[in-house]
Write a new protein. Structure first.
Length: 174
């Protein structure tokens, strides 16, 4: 096991469960993540490939999320990611006789809200202001300001474009 793998294991098994967002954010930065201001990472969320994670700022990531950044993960500003969400940048090629793994990026635009238990797979771009209903499985790009729902997620509406909120607050201890 490499030093990086060991450090990531310690983060996911110990540090991710400490009741202080600042400790978790500092540890992720030490692992190579780029994290802007006002990011609140709730306890119990697992991070894979922290060195490929970029969070621009003003973001809430809920409890017990699976954040797989191995294929590259960029999260914009003023983003809310609810608890038990999975962002998965890896899969396997089912047609390959060796069942090789594949990586691909996920990009999440500004002011996106991913409701509880949303799943986003590799090679997906979620446009600015989009919203995913609880339990959605996003396998294709989501247009800006779209509201999506379902398995697989489909556009069911549009969000007003006059959003001006700033996620520049959050609890330190939890």
């Amino acid at each position: 096991m490499s030093k990086r793998e060991l450090a990531e294991l310690v983060y996911n098994r110990v540090i991710a469960h400490l009741p202080h967002t600042g400790v978790r954010i500092r540890a992720l930065r030490e692992l190579g993540a780029t994290i802007g201001p006002n990011v609140y990472l709730f306890g119990g969320s697992e991070i894979l490939g922290a060195q490929h994670l970029e969070i621009l700022g003003n973001c809430h990531i809920g409890r017990h999320c699976q954040i797989d950044a191995r294929g590259g993960l960029t999260i914009g500003t003023n983003v809310a990611i609810a608890s038990f969400t999975a962002l998965v940048t890896a899969d396997h090629d089912i047609n390959d006789p060796m069942f090789r793994g594949r990586l691909g990026p996920i990009t999440i635009g500004d002011r996106v809200w991913l409701a509880t238990r949303t799943m986003v797979v590799k090679d997906v771009v979620i446009g600015e202001g989009a919203v995913a209903a609880a339990g959605s499985v996003i396998v294709d790009d989501v247009p800006p300001w779209a509201v999506v729902a379902g398995v697989p997620a489909r556009v069911v509406g549009e969000r007003p474009r006059d959003q001006r909120y700033e996620i520049d607050y959050g609890p330190t201890l939890y």
